[in-house]
Design a protein around this ligand. Structure first.
Ligand code: ADP
Length: 484
């Protein structure tokens, strides 16, 4: 049984309702999960609200020490977390153990260290009046997280929010309730006071909506689909509640003819089909310079066919299953869309013959994809990628930017002038040159267009979780004469 985590302990839903969570690699039920609604959210928000004042008054360096401790404990328990994450999400155990969990620890440590480094520049003061600005936490942050990298997505929000002195109520995606609950238990063990980090499970239209609407939730931090992100943005706008929205992407990956083609093929593979393409930075539009289209395509298709699908706990597996039956149907629906739009299916598009159970889909590559197609414009969030030829640098840039999103962009080139020119011209918050996506807390990224709002990563992310207050102190002994 996976319960909510409220005020330092696991609790069932007030209604007693539950739902079932399954292992996507087998389709089997692995846990009964508390199904939260407005009453449970209210209980969690009250707990977070009550904990806020004390937590915000803990000296930032002390808060940092507790968050460092959380990172240490997470690394001590990394096998346990990696296992639970694999069972819950179908992500491979190896990547959870070696990439995701250490990455989360890095994030906690980065923001633990940043807790006492917030600065607020102020203009020069004039005689008689002293002015200063302070950054203050919001209060209760309502965090809504997706299923694709459950622990990482929870950590991105939690690490910076807690470091700044906020308290958090998190609604994890209904598909992946396990590891965030374990993380909340670990926070207590690290010495973070009860009520500072609460978790409510359940569905978006129940627990999620209750969190968004709750008057004591001072800011929403959401990661998920663009459709829901836009809806939440509109709702928050009506309540004048700030919302940090991290939504989808449809990244382009430009392969110039002067690139190291073999490296570009491997990089493109990872950037588009890693984690089954279930990540917002997935480079699902591959733009290839005309002269190397046949060579690149042949190599990419061959490499895509060699991706090993299977048991997430088998060390030789590259990708596990897609998250759910619903998502499997959505993604295979896009394969049909691509075919009906006359993109050329070069490989994949179906369940592998040897995997009868679970939601496995062969890595899928389309050729001859064009910008009028839905598979070009819409985020698929699955192992489906398309190739489009281009003739000039200008055309490649125009094609790359012909997209409603603005999260990431990739390109492969050797010419140093071109590297700077194209980096500047791409309309994306993150640009990766000659490499697949790489995440580090150090580098800031401003999300653009339909991909969302706000600054992620870096010290700049602290701005998402604090608001400025300007203080004016008059020590001149008089005030501006208004009525004489
Ligand atoms: P996906 O389609 O990939 O599951 P969603 O955007 O639907 O992405 O889900 C991301 C997160 O948003 C999940 O935690 C989900 O429960 C939550 N969510 C979905 N719909 C709503 C909603 N109407 N209000 C609040 N949260 C929601």
């Amino acid at each position: 049984m996976i319960n909510h985590f409220i005020d330092g302990k696991g609790v069932e839903s007030i209604s007693g309702r539950t739902f079932l969570s399954e292992n996507p690699a087998t389709g089997e039920t692995i846990a009964e999960v508390a199904r939260g609604d407005a009453e449970d959210v209210d209980r969690a928000v009250r707990s977070a609200d009550a904990a806020f004042l004390d937590w915000s008054r803990v000296a930032p360096a002390e808060r940092g020490k507790l968050i460092y401790k959380l990172a240490d404990l997470l690394m001590e328990r990394r096998e346990e977390f990696a296992r639970a994450e694999s069972e819950d999400s179908g992500k491979t155990y190896r990547s959870n153990l070696n990439i995701d969990v250490p990455f989360c620890a890095d994030f906690f440590r980065y923001y633990a260290g940043a807790a006492d480094k917030l600065r607020t520049p102020v203009p020069n003061n004039e005689p008689g009046i002293h002015r200063y600005a302070v950054r203050e936490p919001y209060g209760v942050i309502g965090a809504i997280a997706p299923w694709n990298f459950p622990l990482v997505m929870a950590t991105l929000k939690l690490s910076a929010a807690l470091a700044c002195g906020n308290t958090v109520v998190m609604k994890m995606a209904e598909q992946t309730p396990a590891t965030v609950t374990m993380l909340a238990e670990l926070a207590i063990e690290a010495g973070i006071p009860a009520g500072v980090f609460n978790v409510v499970h359940g569905f978006g239209n129940e627990a999620g909506q209750a969190l968004v609407q709750h008057p004591k939730v001072k800011k929403i931090a959401f990661t998920g689909s663009s459709a829901i992100g836009k809806l939440l943005g509109e709702q928050c706008g009506r309540m004048t509640k700030p919302a940090l929205l991290e939504m989808g992407g449809k990244s382009a990956n430009i392969i110039f003819a002067d690139a190291d083609v073999e490296m570009a093929v491997n990089g493109a593979l990872q950037a588009s089909l890693g984690n089954n393409g279930q990540f917002c930075l997935a480079a699902s539009r591959i733009l290839v310079e005309e002269s190397i289209v046949p060579r690149f395509t042949e190599a990419l298709v061959e490499r895509a066919r060699s991706i090993r699908l299977g048991d997430p706990f088998d060390a030789s597996t590259n990708c596990g299953p897609i998250i759910s039956q619903k998502q499997f149907e959505r993604v295979t629906g896009y394969v049909e869309v691509g075919k009906s739009e006359n993109a050329r299916l070069l490989t994949g598009g179906k369940r592998p013959d040897h995997l009868k159970k679970g939601y496995f889909l062969e890595p899928t590559v389309f050729g001859e994809m064009t910008p009028d197609m839905r598979i070009w414009r819409e985020e698929i969030f699955g192992p489906v990628v398309g190739i489009t030829p281009f003739r000039s640098e200008d055309e490649a840039i125009a094609l790359a930017n012909d997209c409603d999103y603005g999260l990431g962009a990739y390109f492969w080139a050797k010419d140093v002038d071109r590297v700077h020119r194209v980096s500047a011209a791409l309309d994306a918050g993150l640009v990766f040159v000659n490499m697949p996506a790489y995440m580090t807390p150090i580098m800031p990224a401003g999300i653009r267009n339909m991909s969302g709002t706000g600054q992620n990563f870096g010290l700049e992310a602290l701005e998402n979780y604090t608001k400025l207050k300007g203080v004016y102190i008059n020590y001149s002994g008089r005030i501006f004469p208004w009525l004489k």
